[in-house]
Design a protein around this ligand. Structure first.
Ligand SMILES: Cc1ncc(COP(=O)(O)O)c(C=O)c1O
Length: 390
């Protein structure tokens, strides 16, 4: 259609699964939703609402990078995880999604590209496109537990690649970056002039310990420009409050230039509300309570899922180390869509792997967030339907 930019020409057709789900909902038939990923809807602890009502809530004295008290609260939060950063190297935005947009503006000319992992959460394609930026996927090989393989990154790169995006841990694959992988990636970035954008929104949600695990790239001395992203959305389970943060690191001169430019970008929007910035110290003080409850929930649901799997099953739970999801590998026949439709018939909603750009087999993605009784009620129909080969 003329008169609109091609950047907003998104496909709006419904796939078969979306149509079948809408029909089932319209018929009022019961459903157990194993795609629920909204932490405010699953009975996890929330902070006292009074926290947002500070006496200064209506005062407007914006700072483009975010109020210093708020940035200091982020630095304190990171310090509690053993990471030392300066508040001067932090920039607040309304969300990590917005921060991606700012970073693409900072790093890319229209037509440049960023390298993004596949499989991963299907967000970056849209955010990049809105900035006139292209994405080039690099595969996370299943043989490598869906971990980063630097050869794949190097193979995906071309002369217009400006940054590599790493989701640490992967969503939905739950694989953390390891020290050796980061060292190899840093070399490729430094040799080719690419920045590293590290999405660490799930990094506080580890299920176990791994000796070689990298939890964040913030506060490290790396040879390339690095951006480490997180926010209240996952860290405190408060996506509706709209506050994310980006830590900028790397060699001093280029880091300071990036910060100065990002300050201009942030100043053009001033998008973070004052009350949430003022309440940030108290909101982050609540985060450990939320995280402990979420981790108990997710680990227990995963344990039940593994226990429910019959030993002769033709499907498996993909090994992972953290996050909010479980990935099932299912037989290629009848495959993802037919299995999702059969599960829908049995009253369960799950996501097909193609939603996350999985390759090399058929996969399903389940949220581990639902309350234990809800999750438990799904396991019988799940196991029965998968046993029937859909
Ligand atoms: C890996 C990843 N990064 C970023 C986001 C977006 O988070 P925000 O609410 O801060 O924009 C999501 C949302 O689920 C996500 O899964």
């Amino acid at each position: 259609m003329s008169g609109f930019s091609s950047r907003t020409d998104f496909p709006r057709t419904w796939n078969r699964l979306a149509r079948a789900l809408a029909e089932r909902k319209a018929r009022g038939e019961p459903l157990v939703d194993l795609t629920e990923s909204n932490p405010t809807r699953v009975g996890l602890p929330q902070p006292a609402p009074e926290l947002l009502a500070t006496s200064e809530a209506f005062t407007y004295a914006p700072e483009p990078q975010g109020l210093l008290t708020a940035r200091e609260a982020v630095a304190t939060h990171l310090a509690s995880r053993g990471v030392t950063v300066s508040p001067a190297h932090l920039i607040l935005s309304a969300s990590t999604s917005e921060a991606y947009g700012w970073l693409f503006k900072l790093l890319c000319e229209p037509g440049d590209n960023v390298l993004v992992p596949a499989p991963s959460y299907p967000l970056f394609e849209y955010l990049a496109r809105l900035e006139g930026v292209e994405i080039r996927p690099y595969r996370l090989p299943r043989a490598h537990g869906f971990g980063l393989d630097v050869e794949e990154v190097a193979a995906a790169r071309d002369a217009r690649s400006r940054a590599v995006l790493v989701i640490n841990p992967g969503n939905p694959t739950g694989h953390y970056l390891h020290e050796g992988e980061l060292a190899a990636l840093a070399k490729v970035c430094a040799d080719t002039g690419m920045a590293l954008i590290s999405d660490e929104v799930f990094s506080d949600f580890a299920w176990d310990t791994e000796p070689e695990r990298v939890s964040t790239v913030a506060g490290r001395s790396l040879p390339m420009l690095t951006f480490s992203l997180s926010g209240l959305s996952k860290v405190a389970g408060l996506p509706g409050l709209k506050l994310g943060w980006t830590h900028v690191g790397g060699p001093e001169a280029v880091r300071d230039e990036a910060l100065a430019r990002l300050e201009w970008v942030a100043d053009a929007f001033l998008s973070v509300g004052t009350p949430v910035q003022q309440a940030l110290p108290a909101l982050l003080a609540h985060a450990p309570r939320f995280q402990a409850a979420l981790l108990r929930r997710v680990k227990e649901n995963r344990r039940r899922l593994l226990a429910a799997r019959p030993s002769e099953a033709t499907w498996d739970v993909v090994p992972a180390h953290g996050g909010w999801s479980a990935v099932l590998r299912i037989p290629r026949e009848p495959g993802e869509e037919a299995t999702c439709l059969a599960l829908l018939e049995a009253g369960l909603v799950v996501q097909p792997g193609y939603f996350y750009d999985f390759a090399g087999g058929a996969f399903l993605v389940l949220s581990l967030l639902p309350p234990a009784d809800v999750f438990e009620s799904a396991l019988g129909p799940l196991v029965r339907t998968l046993a029937q080969g859909a």
